[in-house]
Design a protein around this ligand. Sequence first.
Ligand code: XBP
Ligand code: MG
Length: 265
Amino acid sequence: MRDRLERRDGTARLRSSLILTGRGACPMTCLMIKALIFDVDGTLAETEEGHRAAFNATFAAFGLTWFWDGDLYRVLHKVTGGKERMRHYAESIGVSRAQLPDDQIAEMHRRKNAYYSEHVRAGDCPLRPGVERLIRASRAAGLRLAICTTTSRVNVDELIAATLGANGLDLFEVVVAGEDAPVKKPAPDAYLDVLTALALRPAECLAFEDSRNGLLSAQAAQIATVVTPSRYTAHESFDGALMVLPDLDAFDLRAAGAAMEAAGR
Ligand code: XBP
Ligand code: MG
């Protein structure tokens, strides 16, 4: 459906798209939003306890005395990427690169992801409230969907299959994961890759994040961002977010579009 809208300066423009109300698709007018871009860990699901348990199981399997409790993990979580997080921790306790070379970190990371996959396959990482409704309703309404994450691609595949079914990934036109954009959030690289793959402008997209690093990354790519803080990010600052919500159950795309309009996007 198309509609004629007045700008504040009196000129008019035609816009077409669909609006999703709080509970479903409603073929009303007016958003410039053409794509929704989802972060994975913490945003689609509360996955970080699964990652943490998998890291700890890996440390034990490799004969290390390392153990990351919840308080430590809250600090380490700011380092995006599992390999980078392990390297950062090793350096913080005086373990050099010579003592723990990159290939061993990579081997530990593969094992960590294997443990994490078992956790996800067991159904221990359900989607957060409102996530599946938003994904399915927006896709059915013709919006384009993408994933933008610093986690490994295998973790994305496992989580989506376990929560949205074997064909769940087909809902997403673009997936940019940790291997695709090695310079990880808060750098904008992953979001810029998503924009390129979608061939859309930042103003035509809306990002969903749970962390300050994710917000900074999307902001650096000029993409308006809805933040739903998660277990390990609730204490962070989300200055500059389009909106901060407890979860996506209450999310309304029309309200987000209005907020983008008010912000001059
Ligand atoms: C969150 C992360 C990831 C995961 C671990 O990613 O920082 O590093 O904790 O994943 P996002 P890997 O919120 O962008 O999805 O071990 O596979 O790197
Ligand atoms: Mg996240």
